[in-house]
Design a protein around this ligand. Structure first.
Ligand code: HH2
Length: 276
């Protein structure tokens, strides 16, 4: 594991249609109640999203998306003054409103590709940013994705995204990268990206992973079978631990307590190995 404790980013989906239906808290009061649970369980960051990015998701316009996340972020900033709040969006206008009411981090699963104004906004505001890797859009990304060498190609495309944000004036230490598990990837691509996660540290940025309850985790848990997102916790924890041992700085999850406990075991073993 890399030096420093792995941060846990709790998922707050202010959506009616996220792929893990139990994570949906589409109105202010249920979102705040869920946020309190995630904070009590030890979340370092809360990631607030107002648009599902699952494959084939129906796009939401900026006004609707902002209308979902901005009241929640404003209330979270008031209720949890020390908490890092992230906004999960690909739209600069939504990110701008979120930063204005208390978010400090922009989590853009498109790595700034879907909105050319995003890099300039992050540079101007001094926010932190997660640059995710995705080809196409959530509507098209699983239409026959193809890589000759997924690790090399994703690293190269993420490297280009990092360069664009550096050119926009974002300091390197404010940039994290995320290989984008499930975002236009086949099962073998997701497996290769996790197996070689340490390669992404060569980009000179901390590495974020979002593995929680995704379809490929279910495919690995039950080869040839099927599973619902509710049944994928064990596999998600295994993947989170592997990511941590390969240098992830942040693990994004629906299950903060279980993930924190699994990471604590991994950290204790890694610390003993480092002393030996
Ligand atoms: N995955 C999802 C959303 N945001 N952000 C980062 N950085 N990395 C990820 O892998 C990632 C992400 C999809 O998960 P979820 O938010 O639970 O589902 P939905 O997009 O359906 O709301």
């Amino acid at each position: 594991m890399s030096g420093g404790r792995v941060l846990v980013m709790g998922i707050l989906n202010v959506t009616p249609d996220s792929f893990h239906a139990q994570s949906c808290t589409p109105d202010l009061s249920t979102a705040l109640a869920r946020a309190r649970v995630l904070v009590d369980e030890g979340a370092d960051i809360l990631d607030v999203g107002g648009e599902s990015t699952r494959p084939g998701a129906i796009p939401v316009d900026a006004a609707e998306e902002a209308g979902r996340v901005v009241p929640v972020i404003r209330a979270l900033a008031a209720d949890f003054p020390g908490l890092t709040i992230s906004v999960d969006t690909c739209k600069a206008s939504v990110a701008s409103e979120a930063l204005h009411v208390g978010a400090a981090l922009v989590n853009d699963v498109s790595g700034g590709r879907l909105d050319p104004a995003m890099a300039e906004l992050v540079g101007r505001t001094g926010a932190r940013v997660v640059l995710g890797h995705m080809r196409g859009t959530p509507a098209t990304m699983q239409d026959a994705p193809r890589y000759d060498d997924a690790v090399a190609e994703v690293a190269s495309e993420l490297g280009a995204a990092v360069d664009a944000f550096l050119r926009a004036g974002v300091p390197r230490e404010r940039i994290w990268v995320d290989p984008g598990f499930g975002f236009g990837k086949r099962l073998a691509d997701n497996v290769a990206l996790l197996a070689c996660l340490d390669r992404f540290r060569d980009l000179g940025a901390g590495v974020v992973v979002g593995l929680s309850r995704k379809r490929f985790i279910g495919d690995l848990m039950r080869p040839g079978g099927s599973s619902a997102p509710e049944e994928r916790l064990a596999g998600s924890l295994a993947a989170a631990v592997i990511a941590a041992t390969k240098g992830a700085s942040v693990v994004r999850t629906h299950d903060v307590r279980a993930t924190r406990e699994a990471l604590a075991v991994a950290a204790a073993i890694a610390a003993c190995g480092a002393e030996a």
